[in-house]
Ligand binder design. Structure first.
Ligand SMILES: *Cc1c(COP(=O)(O)O)cnc(C)c1O
Length: 366
């Protein structure tokens, strides 16, 4: 029995192997491992791809969020509103700069922040809103931007899972004052280690970000700010340049994979993902909802099919945030999602045959 992986990164490597090997070889030959020319080349290409005027790369998606918050001078005493249904990094970054995360529940069908519930969480201490483009789909960014404008807040899109996604004809990472993404290998656009980037339409913020990621330097060995060491490795930039050239094709392939799942799973007793009108998901995850989720996941595992749960515990119930005083039942839709979601194998390289095997196994399991 052939195993089906959640994300077949080796298949992608084999598909463009010669390009990867040449690109990595070039970096090694030149030995410009830190801030080599590929880094700025990539930043320009990423900015052009998403339509953001400025891109500053960094070491990972978590640092991207920390850098964004620090560039906006958000810290102790400030509150930042975000979705409770996300990877820990979103809230961790807020806490890292000393600010307080304020959690909002999700829409039941998209798993994205419920924009209608944001306004009641805004206080005098609020500084920013971080909508998370979970599973590859942007939330209602127009509504979030409008609220932010009304209350003088900054919007930072956490686009770690959505680089390449479309929102009413515009691209994720180019929709808000600031946006962050991650190039963790499993993300839709991933490198061969850790990587991340921050996007902004504001030249002053971009300049501050570029300094903060390089020890707060104004020029070499002269430091104006307390910064970080958070650079993207040249090798990772070279890998990303190769993948970026194939990315639009991969996004199309991901649409085809998602449509095929939609067809294969249409008659099964499960909830398929919803993508709202006017949006294109890059399908970081194809997450279904099932009763007895853990039993179903085990049956798929027994059949050699990898799945994952993104995420089993919402952020407001994480032990680390216990001092904030949220209780079970505070944000019920996210809690229900955490009990029932299951991510199926998804990448541009999943074959129709593999998807049929997933569907058949699910049919038996249910
Ligand atoms: C992956 C992820 C991050 C963090 O990215 P890293 O590169 O792993 O630090 C942040 N937010 C979300 C929503 C993510 O999925």
């Amino acid at each position: 029995m052939k195993k089906i992986e959640l994300i077949d990164l080796a298949a992608q490597y084999r598909a463009y192997k010669d390009e990867f090997d040449a690109a990595i070889g070039t970096v090694c030959e030149r030995a410009a491992f830190i801030m080599g020319s590929e880094v700025s080349e990539l930043e320009q290409a990423l900015a052009a791809h998403c339509g953001a005027p400025h891109c500053v790369s960094c070491a990972n998606g978590t640092d991207a969020l920390v850098l964004a918050l620090r560039a906006l001078d958000i810290g102790p005493g400030d509150e930042v509103i975000t979705s409770t249904f996300s990877f820990i990094a979103t809230a961790e970054a807020i806490a890292t700069v000393g600010a307080t995360p304020v959690f909002v529940d999700i829409e039941a069908d998209t798993y994205l922040i419920d924009a209608a519930q944001i306004e009641k969480k805004i206080t005098k201490k609020s500084r920013a809103i971080i909508p998370v483009s979970l599973y590859g789909q942007c939330p209602d960014i127009d509504a979030v931007n409008a609220l932010a404008a009304k209350h003088n807040l900054t919007v930072i899109e956490d686009a770690a899972q959505s680089f390449g996604a479309l929102y009413h004809g515009r691209k994720s990472c180019g929709l808000t004052r600031v946006a962050t993404t991650s190039f963790f290998p499993a993300k839709p656009l991933g490198c061969y280690g850790d990587g991340g980037a921050v996007f902004t339409d504001d030249a002053a913020i971009a300049q501050k970000l570029a300094s903060l990621r390089l020890h707060g330097q104004s020029k070499r060995y002269y430091h104006r700010l307390v910064g970080m060491n958070s650079r993207l490795d040249t090798v990772q930039a070279a890998v990303l340049l190769v993948k970026l050239a194939h990315f639009d094709d991969e996004i199309r392939q991901r649409q085809a994979v998602a449509r095929r799942y939609d067809e294969l799973l249409a008659k099964l007793p499960l909830v398929r993902p919803t993508v709202r009108e006017g949006r294109l998901s890059v399908w970081a995850q194809y997450a279904i909802r099932v009763k007895d989720r853990d039993t179903v996941a085990q049956k798929l595992k027994d059949a050699g099919i990898a799945t994952a749960v993104h995420y089993p515990l919402p952020l407001h119930l994480q032990e680390v945030f216990a001092p904030l005083g949220y209780r079970e039942g505070s944000l019920p839709l996210a809690e229900e999602a955490a009990r029932t979601v299951l991510s199926l194998p998804m990448s541009a390289f999943v074959t129709a045959e593999e998807q049929e095997q997933v569907a058949d196994t699910l049919a038996t399991a249910l």
